[in-house]
Each structure stands twice: as structure tokens, then as C-alpha cells.
Design a protein around this ligand. Structure first.
Ligand SMILES: NC(=O)CC[C@H](N)C(=O)O
Length: 367
């Protein structure tokens, strides 16, 4: 098997064996601690241009199937595992993880100490890394890595380029696609919503022309500050239409209301992150994937209130607007993969829409 290696920008080297594509690749190296759900993780567009390390020691044992994709084509740059299974066993299995990665030209690296790599990232913070053949000199790789510019267009890469409709008989939702996980769309269609999916830079005027009952802001890759057009759009529509934001959508809602976001040391990525709903005193296990967070102190001078916090580090996990019908969470209520504890938030969104419509009708009658 081809000897390959990962070189981190601080000079740490991990030697292992290649699977998937054997091209060279760079990317921000992050880790996910989920014990299952590698297909959803690989196909989550929020990992665009990242090299994902899975800490669970055996990956690929139930193969890749037709049903569990979160997007049509994966956007990750590379995958790092301790051991990958060449002989998956599952009735839904269509192909191996190796053949899937080969087909999408994504390099995999196996046989390295993923626990050591994860500790390294936790200690030093998220770093960029480079996967190459073992014989390429390390200093040459670091030189190449330093020359690769940091990109800011991940949302543009992953968002739909044209609007499209997923029909339903229920509430009309405009879903702004920042690199959507299909789980979000599934949760809305399950509730019979009529969903119009629009690109990340669709104008506020065009959105309002669709006369939506609610606006959904999706997850997505990169730094929320890289999408100023979306911040402006949210500022134009907030108040008029109820809004629900997830992950990047949550960060954009916060920015639109005057709060600040910041890069975390190594982020939250996994299927068992405890979150406390401070309004109701309840704790949930959540599915997470984020490298940025809303700055807690910056909420003070805004009309936003803190609704949920992460129990591991007390970072912001949920906010809501004090006046307008708008709320958001940093984690993934659509799960895929992970616990479904917070699925009820989609019902809360539809209830908020119903309440807003009733209120608007009453205001008309008594005007
Ligand atoms: N899953 C997401 O939407 C991630 C949001 C953002 N890209 C972050 O890393 O924080």
C-alpha cells in the first residue's frame, strides 16, 4: 500500500497509508468525535476544503449507501482515519469508502494515531495540513503549504447557483442555501412545507417577492464574516418574516443584529455535545460542526438574548431576538448524523410562523 503522510503547518508529521485518491491536498485539519455517521460527515458541505479526522477507530464498516448523503457531491479535501474497512457489511451498502473517495478524487490517509493528532490539534488549535506521498521532503511541503492562499469563497462553492422549489401544501419557506445539509430540507418537507431554495446572495427584494411565511438560514462552510451580502439581506427581512437559523445561519443572524463572531481554538465537531436550554432549564445532546462561534459579551449591546449554552465550554449555542420573530442555534437540530433531541425546533419555527400570521391578521382587523 502507498505510504503517504500528513504534514501540519507546525511541522508535525504523521505517516500512514493512502486510500481513496492519491493526489496531494491541503486543508484545515479538524476532528470529529462521532462514533457513527461518517457518510453524513463526509458529505456535509460545512466541511468544504477541510481535512476531516475521524476519532472513532474503525471507519467504513457499513460502507457507503444511497440514502445517507447530506449533499450530492462531497466538499471535504481529505479524510484521516485510524483504520478503514475494506470489506463493509450492511444490507444498504453500495460501495466501500475507498471506492467512494476515489470516485470523488478525495485522498484518504489511514493507519495513523488519530488520538495523537486530535490531542495535537486540541493543544495547538486548528492548523492547516498537507497530505502527500512519503518521499516528498517535509520542508518542501511546509513551503508549499505557506504559499497556498486562504480562500474566502466556500459558501459560493457550496450554495445552489439557481433557485428551485420543493413543493408542499403547508407553510411557504424560503431557505437561503449557504451550503445546506439536506437534512434541513428533509425536516421542512416532512412537515409539508413548500420550500423555495435560493442562492446565498439572493436579494432581499427577490425573497420578499416570494411572499414567504418563514425564512430558513442554513448551515454552511467558512467564516460567517465572508458573506456580508447575506448579513445585509437578513437586516432587510428581519421583523417582516419569521427567521430560523442553523449553525452558519445562526452566526449570520447574530452578525446582522450587531453581535460579533470569533474563531474557536479547535471548534466543536461530534455527535454528543451537551447543550443547556437556559430558558427552560433542560439539557440536550446535540450534533455539532463548527469552528466559529458568536461572542457572548457582544450580545450585550444588541436586541438578542442568549437562550442556550454549550456545557463543555459555555460558548453561545442559541439566541433569539427580543422583539422580532427570529431565533437560531449553533448546533444541528436536523442531526444527520447524531441525536434527534432538538428536532422539536422545526416545530417551534412553524409555531412561531403561525403566531406571527395570527398577530398580523389581528392587527389588520383592529387597524
Ligand atoms: N456547520 C456550520 O454551519 C458551520 C458554520 C461555520 N462554517 C463554522 O465553522 O463555524
Amino acid at each position: 500500500m502507498l505510504k503517504r503522510k500528513l504534514v501540519l503547518e507546525n511541522g508535525t508529521v504523521f505517516i500512514g497509508s493512502g486510500f481513496g485518491s492519491d493526489r496531494e491536498i491541503s486543508g484545515e485539519v479538524v476532528f470529529n468525535t462521532s462514533m457513527t455517521g461518517y457518510q453524513e460527515i463526509i458529505s456535509d458541505p460545512s466541511y468544504c476544503e477541510q481535512i476531516v479526522t475521524l476519532t472513532y477507530p474503525l471507519i467504513g464498516n457499513y460502507g457507503i449507501n444511497r440514502d445517507d448523503f447530506e449533499t450530492v457531491a462531497p466538499f471535504i479535501n481529505g479524510l484521516i482515519v485510524k483504520e478503514y474497512s475494506e470489506y463493509p457489511s450492511n444490507f444498504r451498502c453500495d460501495e466501500t469508502i475507498d471506492s467512494f473517495l476515489k470516485a470523488h478524487n478525495i485522498p484518504g490517509l489511514a493507519g495513523i494515531d488519530t488520538r495523537k493528532l486530535t490531542k495535537c490539534i486540541r493543544k495547538a488549535g486548528t492548523m492547516r495540513g498537507y497530505i502527500a506521498n512519503e518521499e516528498v521532503p517535509d520542508d518542501e511541503i511546509i513551503r508549499r503549504l505557506q504559499q497556498i492562499p486562504v480562500r474566502h469563497d466556500q459558501v459560493k462553492q457550496t450554495s445552489t447557483s439557481k433557485p428551485y422549489i420543493v413543493p408542499g401544501r403547508g407553510r411557504r419557506i424560503v431557505l437561503i442555501d449557504f451550503g445546506m445539509k439536506h437534512g434541513i430540507l428533509r425536516e421542512l418537507t416532512k412537515r409539508d412545507c413548500h420550500v423555495t431554495v435560493v442562492p446565498y446572495n439572493y436579494s432581499a427584494d427577490n425573497i420578499l417577492r416570494l411572499k414567504p411565511d418563514g425564512i430558513m438560514l442554513t448551515n454552511g462552510p467558512g467564516d460567517p464574516q465572508d458573506v456580508p451580502e447575506a448579513i445585509e439581506t437578513i437586516q432587510r427581512v428581519i421583523g417582516a418574516i419569521p427567521i430560523f437559523g442553523i449553525c452558519l445561519g445562526h452566526q449570520l443572524l447574530a452578525l446582522a443584529c450587531g453581535a460579533k463572531t470569533e474563531k474557536m481554538k479547535f471548534g466543536h465537531r461530534g455527535g454528543n455535545h451537551p447543550v443547556k436550554d437556559i430558558l427552560h432549564g433542560k439539557t440536550f445532546l446535540t450534533s455539532q460542526n463548527h469552528g466559529y462561534a458568536v461572542n457572548t459579551a457582544s450580545l450585550a449591546n444588541t436586541d438578542l438574548e442568549l437562550t442556550q449554552i454549550a456545557l463543555n465550554d459555555h460558548s453561545v449555542e442559541g439566541i433569539r431576538h427580543k422583539v422580532f420573530p427570529a431565533f437560531s442555534v449553533q448546533y444541528h437540530p436536523e442531526s444527520s448524523p447524531g441525536p434527534e433531541d432538538s428536532n422539536y425546533l422545526f416545530d417551534d419555527f412553524l409555531r412561531l410562523i403561525d403566531q406571527t400570521i395570527t398577530k398580523q391578521q389581528e392587527e389588520k382587523v383592529y387597524a
